[in-house]
Design a protein around this ligand. Sequence first.
Ligand SMILES: [Zn+2]
Length: 307
Amino acid sequence: MNLLKFHQVFTNEEACKLHFKQVRDKNGVVCNKCGSEHHYWISSMWMYECKECHYRTSLKKGTIMENSKLKFKTWYIIMLFMSATKKGFSAAEVQRQLGKKRYEPIWRAMHKIREAMGQREDLYKLEDMIEFDDAFFETSTPEKVKQSLKRGLGSQKQTKVTVATESVPLEDLESGTKSSSCRYFKMKVNQDFTKEGSKSLVTAMIGNNAVVRTDKSTSYVNISDCVDIHMTTKSGKETTNTTLKWTHVAIGNAKRNFLGIYHCIKSDYLQNYLNEFVYRLNRRYFGERLFDRVVLAASTATLQTSG
Ligand SMILES: [Zn+2]
């Protein structure tokens, strides 16, 4: 969806609501009270009514838009912004473009969309040949932690992120040159450093039939418990250029991307920013279809945070 097409299709609030209803209908609406999936549509009220128990569900209810006072058209423009370019926008920039007085509702809406993107990503695990590595992202410390720190200590901290990439090794039979092609990526903030914590992170990201390549870091000793084959390479030029190439490229791009858009990222929200980055990265060939996918994600995600 480009700006011109968006302007032609989503001319007003009603056009956005009708589109959102179509997306919801396609996926099915579930009654919050009795769990039935059969509903009447009361067009005068823009509400679904359960055929079993007559419980009414608004168009926003059960989606990330629930509890939001923003109009559908505003949500749609925000989703357009978040899907239209490779790099993304800050909430401050979107607020400026929308000419909105308040920053907070825009900021909140964007984080909900990022959560929805993360939920879509969590539906799939990486398979086959996988590069696996950790990275440290600079984040700012939450206020309460900052207050408890002694004066003079910096407010920046490093947040550990685990990155995995489906990457198929290729070898040119004539020249013997080795390379690899990448498919899907995952990036997860790693906060639980216990054995069980690392294990559940690995199993959430990677299918158990995978072949995983890492460097020789001790933090990966338990990976072989979760996957088929675990291969290690000593850290160095070889890992950067070949074995873990795409993972390192993705980490570098994510860091540059964040630095270019956001003033500083609070550690609590880093996962959301990673969600958006990875969501777009994994759909890099979607082109203009990306917008529809974001609307779908927004209509099917369940709320994680309240308000
Ligand atoms: Zn019902």
